[in-house]
Design a protein around this ligand. Sequence first.
Ligand code: 5AD
Ligand code: SF4
Length: 439
Amino acid sequence: MKNLFIETYGCQMNVADSEVVASILSAEYQICDNIKNADLILLNTCSVRDHAEQRIRKRLNELGALKKKKAGLQIGLLGCMAERVKEKLLHEETALDFIAGPDAYRSLPALIQESAFGKTAFNVLLSTEETYDDIEPIRYDTNGISAFISIMRGCNNFCSYCVVPYTRGRERSRSSETIIREAQQLIDQGYKEITLLGQNVNSYCSNENSEVVNFAKLLEKVALLSPKVRVRFATSHPKDISDELIETIAKYDNCCKYIHLPVQAGSNVMLKRMNRVYTREYYLERIATIKRLIPDCAIATDIIAGFSGETEEDHQATLSLMKEVGYCAAYMFKYSERDCTMAAKRFPDDIPDEVKGRRLEEIIALQQDLSLAHNQKDIGKTFEVLVEGASKRDANEYFGRNSQNKVIIFPKENAKIGDYVMVTVQSCSPATLKGVLAK
Ligand code: 5AD
Ligand code: SF4
């Protein structure tokens, strides 16, 4: 057996894809955790922001040095950046032996072989059907407690700033049968938490044996497998967050009370320019419905600062929307123009970097306050926590998460990793809750 080392960048979808890749190559390669022992190094990359790509370029330089020292070492590039920059990368980056786009992983054994004979090898064909449905992922970097299942691939939304529809292709859903089978296998192996993954999970739709399974139905099917196994999902588009889905989350205790619902911007002008297809009022109505049907639901978001044409007033609208929703957490970014997107073609990247930076800082500062306020409301409450591991700061403490996806730290006492324990919150920071086991 040869040794394979995979570095995964970007989103959770990439983590799930790396597990599929490990499985596709498992006849010849075993995963190793020390890069020095690797015969093959794969970088599974992200293109969502320019910053991510620059990081990978830098990494390729470092790996070039490693390659000079080790004869026969092969290096391949996977994922969105492979798809976006294509064979140009092979010419620019001499460390690279081959590249494979997100729908080309079945051809990896052939690409590896071709490039071993000195040919530059690449496959960046996108498919309208590939879902890797039949491939059982190898979960090589796991705590044995939480696992991801990729339920769909690609995206059809074409938000004007986003490169994903071009790098990951058209949206396609896996069959619910294979998803349920995979979930059941995970449960049989002792996993306690399953996260259903996709670029836009709530537009999941599978048509099987005359039954149409939408995302709410799929979530219900997974939730019903075991009441002791939590179900999460990421990520959702506001346009598809139906009452049926909210009601399903409310109905099952093991459907986690946490929704990541990226808003991106708070003004209707920006939302329109971003092609998000909803208005501020529609978004806030969906939030109100979530809060009404699931009062203890935590809501998180993604926000972009400094998109094309964003005025100070637009920026203020983002801040006021954040306050109105009271997000528990947010992923916040400066707009980074990506070529081939609608925005790159139609709208100038006209907000100066200092202005983008200042707006982003204001957004981050506000979110710190909102996260802290959200966490402070939890002080004195008792939550069911799934124990995930030892705290990094103190070996006598564990960390875990509650249903609302909040990290809680507490003294170990008799608990074990993988247990559900009841923890009473005593204090907090914007990022974590601290508590003690409830007696
Ligand atoms: N610039 C900045 N942020 C972006 N995102 C996607 N594309 C861009 C871009 N070009 C952010 C969005 C999305 C998250 C995954 O990344 O907020 O929800
Ligand atoms: Fe990109 Fe929009 Fe699709 Fe998300 S929904 S992946 S932001 S195009």
